[in-house]
Write a protein that binds this ligand. Structure first.
Ligand code: PLP
Length: 402
């Protein structure tokens, strides 16, 4: 009998037995013995901060994503900030980005005194809509920041074309998309600069951490300067050359990623392909299972795109109450989440820029329906089964026609 035709026990939220005894998180890291050993080795070495592991991690990462340069940062947010600096944005400049993202994608513009201009997203991928970008062009626009939502690359061909017509920099926020492919090419080699995050729920982790990749040597130089106080050499380079003298040539920050974290990143990078393969397998299980459930809509994939599946966001159907669905499935001990509250709807953005809601109807409607199901490479087959079981149980229990 198909899952949709079965009858289910009472919902946990109504006093029934939950599908799981313990909460399954929506995302989490996987740390193996070799990761631990690589960190221990660094702890016993001469360099805890900017030592040899930084360069080794950057080189291996650049090779993996097909970029000429990779520059580490203390977080994805710091990497975004540096990319906005490297692109030359400052007070009075504007950049177009998506409202359906984590606030850091827009905040990084504010850090440099620039202003985010939001444009609505495509209804299928929930990525920045190139047509909407065109309708928000002003003479002050200097850059665009597309986000590869959930791990599905944004429409980079159309966006790069628009950017080259207008002389904009393209900073791709690929925090969700390490390992994704787009039209036969790797994310990390498509935009002028591509930003990654190594937060524990991502494809690989360094605890906190981030990276910018670029094929432009000048941009790479500006990125390195920015993460080290605007100082043109680091202490290891000075030690190697026997020099003490250094100059600060622009305003920068301490956004360095330490050797301890880079050792972890290098070790994790060895398992990136396996992690991606597992995430794809889980996504396929979900998609096949939910083909049978008209209360939820699964993520769509454009032709010639291979997403990295950071998230698996479903949208509940129009006649399903997302809040009720969320509370019910949480009670089954399935750790769902919502990505994202559109940035312009946060109180800070409403108060500073006067947004009232209704400006970006596609993103706002999606927000009202989105639920991210658990998705991480260490999920067991039983975990995946539990999620599927809970989705059917809840949609049935909410008396949705399925
Ligand atoms: C789309 C997006 N951009 C930026 C960030 C910020 O990255 P980090 O947490 O490494 O600072 C995140 C983090 O989750 C993200 O999802």
């Amino acid at each position: 009998m198909g899952r949709a035709k079965r009858s289910y026990p009472p919902l946990a939220i109504k006093g029934g037995q939950p599908v799981r005894d313990r909460l399954l998180p929506y995302g989490r890291q996987a740390i193996e013995p070799e990761d631990i050993q690589s960190v221990i080795d660094v702890l016993r070495s001469d360099w805890l901060t900017t030592g040899p592991k930084v360069g080794e991690f950057e080189e291996a990462f650049a090779v993996r994503v097909g970029a000429a340069h990779a520059v580490t940062f203390s977080a994805g947010t710091a990497a975004l900030h540096a990319a906005v600096f490297a692109a030359g944005l400052s007070a009075g400049d504007e950049a177009i980005t998506t409202p359906l993202t984590f606030a850091a994608t827009a905040n990084c513009l504010l850090y440099q005194g620039a202003t985010p201009v939001f444009a609505d997203v495509c209804i299928d991928t929930l990525n920045l809509d190139a047509g909407q970008v065109e309708s928000h062009i002003t003479p002050r626009i200097k850059a665009i920041l597309p986000v590869d939502y959930a791990g599905h690359p944004a429409d980079l061909d159309a966006l790069m074309e628009l950017a080259s017509q207008h002389g904009w920099a393209v900073i791709e926020d690929a925090s969700h998309a390490l390992g994704a492919r787009y039209h036969g090419r790797q994310v990390g080699s498509l935009a002028h600069m591509t930003v990654f995050s190594f937060h524990p729920v991502k494809h690989i982790t360094t605890g906190e951490g981030g990276m910018v990749t670029t094929n432009d040597q000048k941009l790479a130089g500006r990125l390195r300067l920015f993460r080290n106080h605007g100082i043109s050499s680091d202490s290891r380079q000075r030690q190697a050359s026997g020099q003490w003298y250094y100059e600060m040539v622009s305003l920068g920050y301490n956004y360095r990623l330490p050797d301890i974290a880079c050792a972890l990143g290098l070790s994790q990078l060895n398992r990136l392909d396996a992690n991606l393969a597992r995430r794809r397998e889980i996504a396929q299980h979900y998609t096949e299972a939910f083909a049978d459930n008209n209360a939820v809509v699964v993520p769509s994939i454009r032709p010639d795109v291979d997403p990295a599946w950071h998230l698996y966001p479903i949208r509940v159907a129009d006649d399903v109450d997302r809040g009720e669905f969320f509370r019910s499935i949480r009670a089954e001990n399935i750790g769902v989440n919502v990505h994202y509250i559109p940035v312009h709807l946060h109180p800070y953005y409403r108060e500073r820029f006067g947004y009232r809601g209704g400006e970006f109807p596609v993103a706002e409607k999606a927000y009202s329906q989105l639920i991210s199901l658990p998705m991480f490479h260490a999920m067991t087959n039983q975990d995946v089964e539990d999620v599927i079981e809970a989705v059917f149980k809840v949609t049935e229990g909410l008396r949705v026609t399925i």
